[in-house]
Ligand binder design. Structure first.
Ligand code: SAM
Length: 251
């Protein structure tokens, strides 16, 4: 089944953009996912296809009109009634790997990219749009956040990352940041790959990686640690059950 993404945007020409490169680009050409970038302008009003107006109550900038956004959303939903719809917004729920996993296991997403000062609140609530933020900063529009969400979902689709990689050992998947990675050359500018990684002892390697992951998480993202305790996968995964054998002594 093809995973579908439908983006409602004032800049449809921005798509597929980056998403046409590398793994996601190939996967789209292979039919693993699809992308429809729909211009909100098509649903604009009057001869000038007006999509925005000044904020009620005054203030700077413009706001995307509820009636225009509702029409664009209705159009998207008519062709894809089973897709959840999200609005990319700095005040939304922070994007997490767990949300990404859920969405990539589903049929796809409708993504509303805002511009200007944002979107009239009434349409967000009346149409049940979930607000999602990609971080505590403000971008000029929702197109880059929409691309980030799509990229994160697409790379988890079966067949996109290749046979062995599933992303299941990556940062956030088990409540921990990923352990440090190394590759050839064995000695670079006098810096050696940690000897344990060349030992071929997969059990000890797994324990070392788990220790490293924990130390890094404690140092950089202590807020994630409560999750670790509740994750039985963490121990089994990092203790080697899903680590690929034979790769450890490579460099
Ligand atoms: N006035 C809004 C506020 O203060 O929350 C910011 C509007 S921003 C200039 C324009 C659009 O960019 C938003 O409607 C949203 O779609 C998108 N955007 C900006 N930053 C974002 C972020 N961190 N995460 C998700 N979307 C973002």
């Amino acid at each position: 089944m093809t995973w579908r993404s439908i983006v409602l945007t004032l800049l449809p020409e921005a798509f597929p953009g980056h998403l046409d490169l590398s793994l996601s680009g190939k996967a789209r050409r292979d039919g693993l996912w699809s992308l429809d970038a729909i211009s909100i302008r098509e649903f604009g009003l009057g001869a000038h296809r007006t999509v925005d107006d000044s904020p009620a109550g005054g203030g700077p900038g413009m706001v995307l009109r509820a009636d225009v956004v509702a029409a664009a959303l209705a159009h998207a939903r008519a062709g894809a009634p089973d897709l959840p719809a999200i609005y990319l917004s700095p005040r939304g729920q922070p994007l997490t790997q767990s949300l990404v996993r859920d969405w990539s296991a589903g049929p796809g997403l409708i993504l509303l990219a805002g511009r200007f000062e944002g979107v009239d609140e009434r349409v967000l609530r009346a149409r049940g749009l979930r607000e999602i933020s990609i971080g505590d900063f403000v971008l000029s529009g929702g197109e880059l956040p929409a691309m980030a969400v799509i990229d994160a979902c697409v790379r988890l689709l079966p067949g996109v990352m290749g046979k062995t990689a599933s992303g299941s050992e990556e940062s956030f998947e088990n409540g921990l940041l990923e352990y440090p990675q190394y590759t050839r050359p064995r000695n670079w500018e006098g810096l050696e790959i940690p000897g344990i990684l060349l030992s071929g002892d997969h059990k000890r390697i797994a324990q070392w990686r788990l220790d490293q992951s924990r130390a890094l998480t404690r140092e950089r993202r202590p807020d994630l640690l409560p999750l670790e305790a509740g994750s039985p996968e963490t121990l089994s995964l990092l203790k080697g059950e899903k680590l690929s054998g034979g790769e450890a002594g490579k460099p």
